[in-house]
Design a binder for this molecule. Structure first.
Ligand code: FIX
Ligand code: ZN
Length: 425
């Protein structure tokens, strides 16, 4: 380190607690991040990339909230086109009631940070503004406003529309990374099998040697095509391992060996109960508390595999931290879905840092609509900043000196470095 840069590396002591506060504010605000789990797509995927005010308003988080405050029958809502649904949601959740929920507040944060006048309450004006934007340029603008360097997609080889884009020679967009998502394979082998068979894989219902080898070929083919940074699945609260099931067999014989050979992590998102209210469609999923036993056994039994885990139940967060303390092949990530609320993000981030130091991925956006990354990251950055300010201030109290370069190092790790090191390591 040159004397000049050494002198620029401010050292904070208890005498300069205010300086430390503003350094943490600035550094968290200015550090570009990698959003490690989204449902966004590169513009080349055309209609699969959702953006704009109507998509913001018809986010499934808001649809669930709409039905609590409106007595519109489900069927009547679903019969509306997207504009009609957005009108109904705007009227109910923003005009007839205060938009107090996190998902409602998020729409306003996004519009506001894009420079729109939220005081006008003019949905027509917002629509007119978005109608003038070009999708590819809007991606760059939104990433810039949100402070995002790149986002990780959720790529589904079982989705016909998406598969067609990949098979027609998708040209990689450096702002978006691929992930191989395999829910049907692990959660519903009976329905996944005909789809693999239709794709030319020699698979039978019984998981014999040839079928397992063909599933491995399927995983390798799509991991390669997606240039997948990791493989991922969402799992129900009763997820068990080991057990006598198609899921456990495919996991052990196919997913883990392929992840190991390719040196990519396997991400498990545990605790979702799909379709507790099917009338709500995508908004109809629920949550359940899960056992940490399967995660422990997988981390212990497959030390050469890398696991990323997020859990949906608040009750599971502490035990997950304990498991991560035992296994360095486990990387805890994000405050998923029903946990993506300021009070819970703060509680989880504080606890994770207290138990695991900076060795975590504190957040992912799970954005389904491009513009959502603006609010999801603005709100989370504010909380991450507050927690870090407290934690560094606690260090000053001990007489420890905190250097600016050390804050930068830690924040870079939290906002992307940990992820990339884990993926590439
Ligand atoms: O399974 C997932 O990746 C979930 O994040 C989604 O299924 C869910 O609908 C969602 O958007 C949560 O934020
Ligand atoms: Zn998701």
């Amino acid at each position: 380190m040159s004397p000049l840069s050494q002198s620029e590396d401010t050292a904070y002591t208890l005498n300069d607690a205010v300086g430390l506060r503003s350094a943490v504010n600035r550094i968290v605000h200015d550090t570009p991040l990698t959003d490690i789990h989204t449902h966004l797509y590169a513009p080349a995927f055309r209609d699969l990339l959702l953006w704009g005010v109507d998509d913001l308003l018809t986010y499934h988080y808001l649809i669930a909230e709409f039905f609590r405050l409106s007595d519109m029958p489900y069927g009547q809502f679903w019969a509306l086109d997207k504009t009609g649904q957005a009108d109904a949601i705007w009227q109910t959740l923003f005009i007839e009631n205060a938009p107090l929920s996190e998902a409602c507040r998020g729409v306003l944060t996004a519009l506001h940070r894009l420079g729109l006048d939220t005081s006008s309450r003019s949905l027509a004006d917002y629509r007119a503004w978005f109608a003038e934007q070009d999708a590819a340029e809007h991606v760059s603008r939104v990433f810039q406003v949100a402070g995002i360097q790149s986002a990780v997609m959720t790529n589904d080889p079982f989705d016909d529309t998406e598969r067609a884009v990949w098979e027609n020679g998708y040209e990689a967009d450096p702002r978006f990374h691929g992930v191989l998502r395999i829910d049907p394979l692990l959660n519903d082998w009976q329905s996944a099998r005909p789809k693999l068979a239709a794709g030319g894989y020699r698979v039978s219902y019984t998981l014999d040697a040839e079928t397992l080898s063909e599933i491995r070929r399927f995983l390798n083919t799509w991991a390669e095509r997606f240039n997948a940074l990791y493989m991922a699945v969402s799992l129900p609260p009763d997820f068990a391992y080991p057990e006598d099931s198609a899921r456990a067999t495919i996991l052990r014989e196919c997913v883990l060996p392929v992840a190991r050979e390719r040196n990519i992590p396997f991400a498990m998102m545990i605790g979702v109960t799909r379709q507790v209210n099917p009338a709500l469609r995508l908004a109809g999923d629920g949550v359940g508390s899960a056992s940490l036993g399967p995660v422990e056994r997988l981390c212990a039994g497959f030390p050469d595999n890398k696991f990323m885990v997020t859990m949906l139940a608040r009750e599971n967060q502490h035990a997950l931290c304990v498991v991560a303390r035992k296994f360095r092949n486990l990387l805890v990530f994000g405050c998923w879905w029903f946990l993506n609320n300021p009070s819970l993000i703060e509680e989880m981030t504080r606890m994770r840092i207290e138990m695991l130091g900076p060795s975590i991925i504190p957040q992912h956006s799970d954005a389904r609509v491009l513009d959502q990354v603006i609010y999801k990251w603005a709100h989370s950055r504010e909380i991450i900043t507050r927690v870090l300010r407290h934690k560094y201030a606690d260090l000053l109290e001990t007489g420890w000196v905190v250097r600016e370069s050390e804050i930068k190092r830690d924040v870079e790790a939290l906002l992307g470095g940990n992820f990339w090191r884990f993926v590439k390591g």
